[in-house]
Design a protein around this ligand. Structure first.
Ligand SMILES: Nc1ncnc2c1ncn2[C@@H]1O[C@H](COP(=O)(O)OP(=O)(O)O)[C@@H](O)[C@H]1O
Ligand SMILES: [Mg+2]
Length: 345
């Protein structure tokens, strides 16, 4: 008994768009239906009928149908982050796990946003693996003026990295509260100035540090980075759940290391598969922002401190980043944010 079988069994109900989710595990089936609050009473008999039908299927131990609702009136736009009063929107680039290209994407998206004329900042908050100094080619302890750390400027960005303040071995042994203290300082004790958007390269994972940082920075939204393999997508899903839990809208999922084009013969190979993130985004109902190819140039420019969007704006890689940045900019310009899903029964 799998999701496909359940969806097939539900076909006679002609649920269409109302069918919001199907979850099957070890004979337990959970269906969510997106409905208006006012329709709950009318739809209750349907819900009962569905549960009865599903419970009769071989291999189903229990079937439950729940009603979920998109909020009917859009939530008021979030006030600008109270601890970053000069910053219009703060967005996070996050991933369930490290090594998927989160920093590469954060850096290049920030450069691409700056190239559209937005005043853009970039904060490297990845306390256990800061990579902005290397990727942007910046170094040196930040100066302090009037009690505030002065951000550095590179590639049109205003930037700061935890890596400029502490060495990696020191940060590695810090416990939660110390990590949080350091991250709070990066938000509040840096002279960020007036920015249209601040991109945060989040620490990978979905623990307390990530949650607290997301809330403190009062994020306007989060971009989730995943490679196409199932195993990475499971982590991406965790990331989506984490932000939904604190009602931070998911701006969308980006697939990284998607198609590999051989620099010698031009042949394309899907080393980690392809299209997994798009399918996953559709499945969990969050926007898909596009795919970034796996390219030697992306890695080499990142290692050289010259992000590809700045170093070679005419390249296919830069165009892929710009396409994602354009979708992001549209989301930021739209006051109505995606409403969090809420269970209404
Ligand atoms: N699309 C890509 N093509 C080629 N190399 C990539 C790509 N994305 C990331 N990389 C490389 O993969 C490594 C890990 O990426 P990084 O951005 O540091 O990941 P994370 O921040 O998720 O740990 C880096 O060496 C980076 O240059
Ligand atoms: Mg990183």
């Amino acid at each position: 008994m799998n999701e496909h079988d359940i969806r097939q069994a539900l076909e006679p109900f002609r649920l269409g768009k109302m069918l919001d989710g199907v979850h099957v595990q070890a004979g337990l089936v959970q269906i969510s239906l997106a409905v208006k609050k006012a329709d709950v009473a009318t739809l209750t008999p349907l819900k009962t009928k569905m549960e009865e039908t599903l419970a009769k299927l071989p291999g189903v131990k229990n079937a439950a149908v729940i009603f979920t609702a998109q909020r009917e009136t859009p939530p008021p736009p979030k006030p600008a982050s109270p601890i970053l009063p000069g910053v219009k929107s703060v967005i996070a680039v996050a991933s369930g796990k490290g090594g998927v290209g989160k920093s590469t994407i954060a850096v290049n998206l920030a450069v691409a946003l700056a190239q559209t004329g937005l005043k853009t900042g970039l904060l490297d908050a990845d306390i256990h693996g800061p990579s902005l100094p290397r990727m942007l080619g910046i170094s040196g302890k930040p100066k302090v003026e009037n009690g505030l750390m002065q951000p550095l400027h590179a590639w049109g960005l205003t930037c700061m990295s935890i890596g400029l303040l502490v060495d990696e071995e020191t940060a590695m042994v810090w416990r939660g509260p110390m990590v949080m203290g350091a991250l709070t300082q990066l938000l509040t004790q840096v002279a960020w100035g007036e920015l249209d958007v601040l991109v945060i390269d989040m620490p990978p994972g979905t623990g307390d540090v990530q949650l607290t940082l997301a809330q403190k920075a009062s994020l306007a939204g989060a971009v989730i980075v995943s490679t196409p393999q199932d195993i990475a997508l499971i982590d991406a899903r965790r990331g989506v759940k984490m932000f939904e839990q604190v009602q931070i809208p998911i701006i969308g999922i980006v697939e990284n290391m998607s198609v590999f084009a051989c620099p010698h013969c031009g042949e394309t190979t899907n080393i980690f598969g392809h299209g997994g993130a798009k399918a996953e985004a559709e499945r969990i109902g969050v926007p898909y922002l596009g795919a970034i190819p796996l390219l030697l140039d992306i890695r080499e420019t990142a290692d050289a401190g010259t992000p590809i969007c700045a170093a070679d704006p005419a390249s296919a890689a830069a165009a892929a980043f710009r396409a994602v940045a354009a979708k992001l900019a549209i989301t930021l310009a739209t006051p109505q944010r995606a409403a969090p899903r809420i269970v209404i029964e």
